[in-house]
Design a protein around this ligand. Structure first.
Ligand code: 1GP
Length: 265
């Protein structure tokens, strides 16, 4: 049972884009509209999560609304097999902890915040969430998560010993350890709304140090930042805040189309 992981780790399609939906910032309906706009623009994954202050019910309703919207459009386009394949994107939980899960998701980024100084984020939340994931049958994606400066709220809440912009050797060691520990993917995070995204030399260092698919997020707001990350070796680019700036779905689709085209999908 590793269909979602195989899809996420298939790097033959070049750098792909994921939208991040924070259920604490929008209603399930708005989230579904934004997710659909992203998928129509070429997004290939929907991550749901982010905030530390959201609740289980809210996360679940959001996942269900997004899945229903995706299924409706997939069904409507089922006459055209290419379009149908394009719309079949997984909806994954991207939780800050064990309190924000939903059995309706296709998978979960089952992550270790590798540079946390708090055992809670190294193994505590994972132990709390594991029985839920097992019972719900959602696919866990083993993922190493490393927070770089400035780190934002994720860095603060997760008590991360942040990676500085010049600490390429240190990040390389994390990337090697992620591989040796058996993670399937490595996520480099600058923090939601970061003034500066993870810089290219850090991404390149992780890329050189291991062959894990790299997800990069935090502070990526435009095509230039996205293409820089892709050029440095990112396999996935995540945007969250950018998505929330647009209430108009067609405008959001237009902005994301430009960004996604820039990463050479
Ligand atoms: C997910 O935190 C990112 O890794 C999202 O960051 O909200 O800045 O796009 P933004």
């Amino acid at each position: 049972m590793s269909a979602v992981r195989d899809y996420l780790c298939d790097t033959s399609m070049g750098c792909r884009h994921s939208i991040l939906i924070d259920p604490a910032d929008q209603t399930p309906e708005v989230a579904a509209n934004r997710a659909m706009a992203a998928v129509h623009a070429g997004s290939r994954m929907v991550l749901v999560g982010g905030s530390s202050d959201t609740d289980m019910e809210n996360v679940h309703k959001t996942v269900v609304a997004i899945k229903e919207a995706l299924e409706l459009v997939t069904w409507a386009s089922s006459q055209d097999s290419d379009a149908e394949a394009d719309l079949q994107v997984p909806v994954l939980l991207f939780p800050q902890g064990a309190a924000a899960l939903s059995p309706a998701a296709d998978g979960i980024t089952f992550m270790m915040l590798m540079n946390s100084t708090d055992p809670r984020f190294l193994i505590g939340e994972q132990i709390q969430g594991a029985p839920f994931v097992k019972k719900a049958g959602i696919e866990p994606i083993p993922l190493g998560y490393v927070i770089c400066e400035p780190g934002g709220k994720a860095g603060q809440v997760g008590k991360a010993d942040l990676i500085g912009p010049d600490e390429t050797d240190r990040l390389s060691a994390y990337a090697m350890a992620a591989k040796f520990l058996g993670f399937s993917m490595l996520y480099l995070e600058a923090g939601s709304g970061a003034e500066n995204p993870v810089n290219q030399s850090l991404i390149a260092a992780a890329r050189d140090a291991c062959d894990l698919p790299l997800i990069v997020g935090g502070g990526i707001r435009d095509a230039e930042a996205a293409s820089k990350a892709a050029d440095a070796g990112a396999d996935w680019i995540v945007t969250g805040n950018l998505t929330e700036e647009f209430d108009d779905a067609s405008k959001l689709q237009e902005i994301l189309t430009t960004l996604i085209n820039s990463i050479g999908r």
